[in-house]
Design a protein around this ligand. Structure first.
Ligand code: CYT
Length: 442
């Protein structure tokens, strides 16, 4: 058992004193922030809930019932709105031979066909959930590969895990398949039935520039409207400027007067458009009420890769421009140790650190913590997650870092994670636990 650097009072009521918290993630308090956008606060906890957030030093402390953060940053537990738990950790048995997008797609397909039984999917998803929980994740949306026989395997496993993990991680799923399959009525019926039986009212697919794109999008939007689904798309994950399916999605949303939420992931090729095209597409995205999640670690891994050539592009979408236009923007983990991304551990502090470097969040405002907290919580409808608010659960990540440079300089592996006011075990699952599924021995 490890629970990080902080040893909290064992009482039902205590105070987290002299903490720094991002002002953008504090609700219900009027506070001043420093130049990093951090406010010095004392957080009162009673019976697992936050009862007060006051400027540090407002009320005298009883030393016995407080933990002094000594200026350390605290965050709410975080929200990961785009992951692939069903693919996670297959790398040892099915690598990506060249690190390319096509290499990822074809090797996942081979592994899925050969190995993705209910037991296999369950063990790997559970491994991912255990790590994410230990790192301090409160809510997560996973995509589930939804083609053929896999629909009947992965969705029931997902539903079981969602029930088992309720109260620890709020889990959602969205289906994943190439949009060409939207043209097959039998496929759409099967996926719709799986979402209705096991899902969370979220439907989606991967949009490509197929000739029938608009007709296929109409089928997807009609399915969503008939069933009251929100939508979640994988969009334009390529450096080909001809890939503008984001615009087709925005047009379809406007054409259908779609009232649900739409989350578009990746949108890489938006960053390689001519300025006029980029501005037009962003303005339609805004008008259509679409939110965008960038996946910086996976995008940098897969994009702009060619043998013997040094990459010149970071692979990420035009996230600053989208944000400036008023589009809700987020970042998330995406894949973990599978052919789409060889690394990763569902640690949103890593994602925020890498996102800060890859997307240069620094020098561009102090509210980027929203991108792994408040904004994805709103998109996922997980009320209360991703913010620190009086009345809310005392779900808090405690760190020793006093400003963003200390925070991002180190991986914060000594963090303490509170769930309902109690420190959880932050020991990570051992990769060896999956050896029996990988045909591997130590
Ligand atoms: N980046 C990704 C695209 C499609 N599927 C994945 O698992 N990951």
């Amino acid at each position: 058992m490890t629970s990080g650097f902080a040893s909290l009072p064992g009482t039902a009521s205590f105070r987290l004193s002299n903490a720094r918290a991002p002002l953008c993630l504090l609700d219900g308090a009027s506070l001043a922030a420093d130049r990093d956008g951090l406010a010095k606060v004392d957080i009162g906890v009673e019976h697992g809930r936050i009862v007060s957030i006051l400027p540090a030093g407002t009320e005298p402390l009883e030393a016995s019932a407080s933990f002094d953060l000594d200026g350390g940053i605290v965050l709410p537990r975080l929200v990961d709105c785009h992951v692939h738990l069903d693919k996670g950790h297959i790398w040892p048995r099915r690598r990506n031979p060249d690190g390319s997008f096509m290499g990822a797609l074809s090797n996942v397909l081979i592994d899925r066909e050969a190995n993705w039984s209910a037991d296999d999917v369950r063990a790997r998803m559970e491994f991912g959930l255990r790590g994410a929980f230990a790192h301090g994740t409160a809510a997560m949306r996973t995509h589930l590969d939804s083609l053929g026989k896999q629909i009947g395997i992965s969705w029931p496993v997902f539903a079981e895990l969602k029930a088992e993990w309720a109260g620890r991680i709020a889990l959602q799923a969205s289906p994943l398949f190439g949009i060409q399959f939207a043209l097959e009525p039998g496929h759409m019926r099967a996926v719709t039935a799986a979402v209705k039986a096991h899902g969370d009212g979220i439907f989606g697919c991967v949009s490509h520039m197929i000739p029938e794109l608009d007709a296929a999008l109409d089928l997807v939007f009609r399915t969503a409207i008939e069933n009251g689904f929100d939508l979640d798309f994988h969009v334009d994950e390529t450096n080909d400027p001809e890939a503008r399916s984001l615009e087709n999605i925005a047009d379809a949303a406007i054409r259908h007067g779609f009232a649900g939420k739409i989350l578009c992931g990746h949108c890489c090729s938006l960053a390689v458009q001519q300025p006029d095209d980029e501005a037009r597409i962003i303005s339609k995205v805004r008008e259509a009420g679409i939110s965008v999640v960038s996946l910086p670690m996976c995008n940098m891994y897969l994009q702009d890769r060619a043998p013997g050539r040094t990459p010149r592009w970071r692979g990420v979408t035009a996230l600053h421009e989208l944000k400036a236009a008023g589009v809700p923007v987020m970042i998330a983990s995406d894949n973990t140790r599978d052919p789409f991304y060889a690394y990763g551990d569902l640690d949103l502090i890593e994602v925020l650190r890498e996102g800060t470097r890859i997307l240069q969040f620094d020098h561009s405002g102090t509210d980027w913590a929203n991108a792994v907290a408040r904004t994805p919580a709103a998109i996922m409808g997980t009320t209360g997650a991703g913010v620190l608010s009086p009345g809310g659960a005392a779900d808090v990540i405690l760190t020793r870092a006093r400003d963003w440079t200390e925070f991002f300089a180190r991986p914060q592996t000594d963090r303490t994670v509170l769930v309902n006011g109690r420190a959880i075990d932050t020991t990570l699952p051992d990769h060896r636990e999956l050896d029996h599924l990988m045909g591997r021995s130590a």
